[in-house]
Design a protein around this ligand. Structure first.
Ligand code: BT5
Length: 264
């Protein structure tokens, strides 16, 4: 019989020590044991801290984590990162549809620095790809923007085991052979976010990084529009608003909302 070692709680002091000194002064960070959704908790924290540049909430477990279109996001205790960031909408020039793409790039760059090279699947998935092109989902991003505030939620599987994963195509960093500290990841994401907000840049050079990291391009895909019938197409690019450029029966179209299945 094997006895399982209980999973450790997030170490708040370690997260702080992993952030760069410039972030520490501007950051309000809440580390919770359990919460319904960090995207909701971060809004409460934001309301209590008017004027903050960056407010963040993370939790060891979410009991009602959300994906896009009100889908469920599984966050079993101590096995992943559920992290939500809130910052003033005026601190970022992007149109809302670009925000999850840009944070996808930050997540991929941070994971690369932590020794785990991942790729991105349009629009908001953090994935690993096999040599045969098979995709395994490790995480996702859920971003909302209104006139005053942007909330970016990042969900990432660190040590989830196979039975804990909701689909056959889901995976975790540990199942893929990578050991990454959750605290280091969170600390680095907070630092990268603060740098992005301080830069006040309208430069979209990062979009080239997205294109390089995106495993969806130059592939045949099945497009499942949010409100329509699925169809096959070739994914060829990303437009300036973060839409997926596709060739459908020889004509170019842009997909703005929906799900993509990679065919080969
Ligand atoms: C996403 O949605 O991938 C965005 C996930 C964002 C989660 C974060 S966690 C912190 C913050 N607080 C929240 O409440 N949410 C954010 P979407 O593309 O709609 O994918 C959702 C689908 O992924 C589900 O329908 C499942 O099929 C699958 N899924 C759910 N949990 C998963 C997990 N842990 N790993 C891999 N796939 C998962």
């Amino acid at each position: 019989m094997t006895t399982k070692v209980p999973r450790a709680r997030l170490d708040s002091a370690r997260i702080h020590s992993e952030t760069s000194p410039t972030v520490r002064d501007a950051l309000i960070l809440q580390v919770l044991e359990s919460v319904s959704s960090t995207n909701d908790a971060v809004l409460e924290l934001w309301a209590e801290n008017p004027g903050a540049l960056l407010v963040a909430c993370t939790a060891d477990e979410q009991t009602a984590g959300r994906g896009r279109l009100d889908r469920t996001w599984m966050s079993p205790f101590g096995a992943g990162v559920a992290l939500s960031l809130a910052f003033p909408a005026k601190a970022i020039a992007h149109v809302p549809t670009l925000i999850p793409l840009h944070f996808g790039v930050l997540v991929a760059q941070v994971l690369e620095a932590c020794g785990a090279p991942v790729r991105l699947k349009w629009p908001n998935d953090i994935v690993m790809t096999s040599e045969t092109g098979e995709i395994r989902k490790l995480g996702g991003i859920l971003a909302t923007k209104n006139a005053d505030i942007v909330v970016v939620g990042i969900g990432l599987n660190f040590s989830l085991e196979r039975p804990e994963l909701p689909t056959e195509t889901a995976s975790s960093l540990s199942l893929e052979g990578f050991t990454v500290s959750r605290e280091e990841f969170i600390g680095r994401i907070l630092s990268a976010t603060s740098e992005l907000l301080r830069a006040e840049s309208t430069d979209d050079a990062w979009l080239a990084d997205y294109v390089n990291l995106c495993s969806t391009l130059e592939r045949e895909v099945m497009v499942h529009p949010a409100d329509g019938v699925a169809f096959k197409a070739l994914a060829t690019g990303i437009d300036e608003h973060g839409g997926l450029v596709i060739l459908r029966e020889g004509s170019q179209e842009i997909v703005t909302v929906g799900d993509i299945v990679h065919l080969r």
